[in-house]
Ligand binder design. Structure first.
Ligand code: GLN
Length: 487
């Protein structure tokens, strides 16, 4: 069979059911593909071929015996290297966790195992998920499979590039301010940030705990639904996970018939938006209008504060969360220290990269007693206003369409010397995390230089089914998701 590694999980699941391929064949195809392209792409930080093939063999055995565990039984899923898988490295793209091996499974990993998925490799990322270009990985950068002069986006750039290049079928990423959606859009794949609390964070190394969510990445909207089906749902080990009713995301994809009210926020189409991205998203909006949906122009005036609020709250939480990496309990301990205090300082000095240190310092500053009220407390209040803005709009619309990022993938080295420029990549995605709602990125076009463009569809909390269904409707009528890079 030709290029099995470029098929969707849904197609492969059918082929596995019919016995036309085996999981071992599929997994080998993905492994060989990785070996042939990953020197160029850099999506993987590590993989364990033997372990992965053993999982594929076990899946084939189950299918032979009629004991398939789920529709994803036997399908390879790559894991961003900040989600704990027992016995595998867990570096978070940082030198401070070099050689750290996870002693336990994250809840999402347990669920993937229970569904029979084949866990394939540890995917590259910006250090501790801080970044938008994957140039902050302490190990190596990731290159965009559509044009290796360009970045893949970040921080789940390894996950996005691996899916786009056929090095895995599905992947898990994490999204604190856009880290699933922005790289998905840069690499021409689909990615979903679930509502806060929809997916357990147990075993996800925390960056900003009130914003972080794990989510699915894949080559079609249906693939996201299949993967979300497996990982979503409350978890006793994560008190912030929410007991939502079990939804059949896959069955809901084709539930149409109702005309939806779709909001288009004026603020998201103003200065700084690349004209080609604007055009592609506007064409997508036109598609929905022509297909009977009601398009409503609306406003999210608080969005202009999202960037400032995010860089106070996210850095504050990061400075607390990252305090645990002290050279005593986890990871790297400096060999150059002369006493205990020196050991804390040197382990952190040598172990963390520049961007991580910048965030820790910012976060410590906004939490300090003299600055707490004017920064942190005020940011929390504005966060509520941002959420209220969305909730007000969601009283009259079912979903909101925006661009994912102001530009397509940019050239390597272009923004990593200017943190503010880099932060602006997430101008359309971060408010979604601050509000705790769900958002999907789905391919909606290509630039004149053949770089993918993504649109973002936002939904009410725990209405992933609605945005998946709208994205699916668009995808069925276009062929953007089914195109692959020439690598
Ligand atoms: N790019 C944003 C940041 O650097 C978002 C990161 C994320 O979602 N993990 O913080």
């Amino acid at each position: 069979m030709d290029k099995i590694f470029f098929k969707t999980a849904a197609e492969l699941s059918d082929l596995l059911d019919k016995g036309e391929i085996s999981s071992v064949e599929l997994t080998k195809s993905v492994i060989n593909r990785t070996k042939s392209v990953d020197d160029t792409i850099g999506a993987f930080l590590a993989y364990d071929e033997k372990k992965t093939l053993a999982e594929a063999e076990a899946s084939d055995k189950r299918r032979r015996e009629g004991n398939k565990l789920s529709d994803l039984d036997g399908i390879p899923v790559g894991i961003k290297d900040l989600i704990a898988e027992k016995g595998q490295q867990l570096t978070c793209g940082s030198k401070i966790l070099e050689n750290f091996v996870s002693p336990y499974d994250a809840t999402v990993i347990e669920r993937l195992k229970d569904a029979g998925c084949v866990l394939w490799g540890r995917l590259n990322m910006d250090e501790f998920a801080m970044g938008s270009s994957n140039e902050n990985s302490a190990y190596k950068p990731v290159y965009n499979p559509w044009n290796i002069q360009c970045v893949p986006g970040g921080s789940s750039g390894g996950s996005a590039a691996a899916v786009a290049a056929g090095e895995t079928i599905l992947a898990l990423g994490s999204d604190t301010g856009g880290s699933i959606r922005q790289p998905s859009s840069f690499c021409g794949i689909c990615g979903l940030k679930p509502s806060y609390g929809a997916v357990s964070r147990y075993g996800l190394v925390a960056f900003a705990s009130s914003l972080d969510q794990i989510g699915p990445m894949g080559r079609s909207v249906k693939d996201l639904a299949l993967l979300l089906q497996v990982i979503a749902g409350a978890d006793a080990k994560d008190s912030s996970s929410f007991p939502i009713d079990k939804v059949n995301y896959v069955a809901e994809l084709d539930k149409r018939g109702t005309r939806k009210n779709i909001g288009v926020p004026v603020e998201y189409f103003q200065d700084g938006l690349d004209p080609e991205v604007k055009q592609a998203v506007q064409d997508a909006i036109k598609f929905y209008r022509e297909n009977g949906h009601n398009i409503v122009e609306m406003s999210l005036p608080m969005n202009k504060y999202a960037m400032a609020v995010y860089y106070i709250i996210a850095t504050a939480e990061a400075s607390s969360n990252l305090a645990r990496f002290d050279g005593v309990r986890y990871g790297r301990r400096s060999p150059n220290a002369t006493n205990a205090i020196d050991m804390y300082f040197k382990s952190r000095e040598e172990g963390f990269g520049e961007e991580v240190k910048r965030r820790i310092m910012l976060g410590t500053y906004v939490l300090s007693s003299e600055n707490f009220d004017s920064y942190y407390r005020r940011a929390q209040k504005v966060r509520t206003l941002i959420r209220n803005d969305f909730m007000r709009v969601f009283e009259s619309v079912d979903a909101i369409i925006t661009p994912v990022s102001p530009t397509v993938a940019f050239e390597r080295g272009k923004k990593n010397f200017d943190p503010l420029e880099m932060y602006l990549c997430d101008i359309y995605t971060i408010s979604v995390n601050l509000a705790g709602i769900c958002g999907i990125s789905v391919p909606c076009g290509f630039s004149s230089k053949k770089l993918p463009i993504g649109m973002q569809i936002l939904g009410k909390p725990f209405r992933e089914n609605e945005i998946l269904s709208l994205a699916h409707e668009f995808e069925q009528a276009h062929d953007y998701s089914s195109q692959h890079p020439d690598i």
